[in-house]
Design a protein around this ligand. Structure first.
Ligand code: AP5
Ligand code: MG
Length: 193
C-alpha cells in the first residue's frame, strides 16, 4: 500500500495531478472538495451546511471532513493506496488522519507539496472561473481561499516535514513535466514488490 498527500494552495494542480496518478499508479483518489461539491449537488444537510463556508472561501469544520475521510477509507480498504487531495488542511485534520491510518496499519508515505507562486494561482483560477461553474472561482473568494491556506493549511507541510515525509515539487511547468516529477518521488519511495 502507498498513501500520498497531494498538497498545495488553491489552483496548484492537486486535482489535475491526481487524475494522472490514478491512471499511472492505480491509487484511489479522495478529494474532500469533490466530495463536498457532490453533497451540495445532492442537496444533503451536510452539503447545505458546507456551502456556506465554501462560498466564502472558508474551510468547513474539521469534524465534517474527518468523518467523510474515515468512512471512505474504510470502504476502500483493499485499495493499493490513496491519494489525499485537499486533505488534511489543518493540523487537527493531519493528526486525526495519522491516528486513524496508524490504527489501521497504513500510514502516510509522503506529502508532495506543489510550489506555485500566488500570481500564477490567481490567474489559473480566474481563468478556470470563466468555465468551471464553481461558485468559489471568482476573484474575491479566490483571495480568501489563498488567505485561508496561508493561515490554516500551510502548517500541515511542517507537520509532515517533522516526520521526514515532505517532498517539495515545482508546480509551474507543463502538466506532464510536473506529473513526471511526482512519479519519480513515488518510484523512489515505493518498496520493490
Ligand atoms: P477544493 O476543491 O480542494 O479546492 P482548492 O484546494 O481551493 O483548489 P482547487 O481544487 O481549485 O485547485 P487544485 O489544486 O485542485 O488545482 P486544479 O488541478 O484544479 O476545496 C474547495 C473548498 O472546499 C475549500 O475552499 C473549503 O471550503 C472546502 N474544503 C475542501 N477540503 C476541505 C478540508 N479538508 N477541510 C476543510 N474544508 C475543505 O488546477 C487549477 C486550474 O489550473 C485548472 O484550471 C487546471 O487546468 C489548471 N492547471 C493545473 N495544472 C496546471 C499547470 N501545470 N499549468 C497551467 N495550468 C494548470
Ligand atoms: Mg482540486
Amino acid at each position: 500500500m502507498f498513501n500520498i498527500i497531494l498538497f498545495g494552495p488553491p489552483g496548484s494542480g492537486k486535482g489535475t495531478q491526481s487524475e494522472l496518478l490514478i491512471n499511472n499508479f492505480g491509487l484511489t483518489h479522495i478529494s474532500t472538495g469533490d466530495l463536498l461539491r457532490s453533497e451540495i449537488e445532492e442537496g444533503t444537510k451536510l452539503g447545505v451546511e458546507a456551502k456556506k463556508y465554501m462560498d466564502d472561501g472558508q474551510l468547513v469544520p474539521d469534524e465534517v471532513v474527518i468523518g467523510m475521510i474515515e468512512t471512505l477509507v474504510r470502504k476502500n480498504k483493499t485499495s493499493k493506496g490513496f491519494i489525499f487531495d485537499g486533505f488534511p488542511r489543518t493540523t487537527t485534520q493531519a493528526t486525526a488522519l495519522d491516528t486513524f491510518l496508524s490504527a489501521n496499519n497504513m500510514p502516510i508515505d509522503v506529502l508532495v507539496s506543489l510550489d506555485v507562486p500566488e500570481a500564477e494561482l490567481k490567474s489559473r483560477l480566474i481563468e478556470r472561473g470563466k468555465v468551471s461553474g464553481r461558485s468559489d472561482d471568482n476573484e474575491e473568494v479566490i483571495l480568501q481561499r489563498i488567505q485561508e491556506y496561508l493561515n490554516k493549511t500551510k502548517a500541515v507541510e511542517e507537520h509532515y516535514a517533522a516526520q521526514g515525509k515532505l517532498e517539495k515539487i515545482d508546480g509551474v511547468g507543463t502538466i506532464e513535466s510536473i506529473a513526471s516529477s511526482i512519479a519519480k518521488v513515488i518510484e523512489r519511495l515505493t518498496p520493490v514488490k
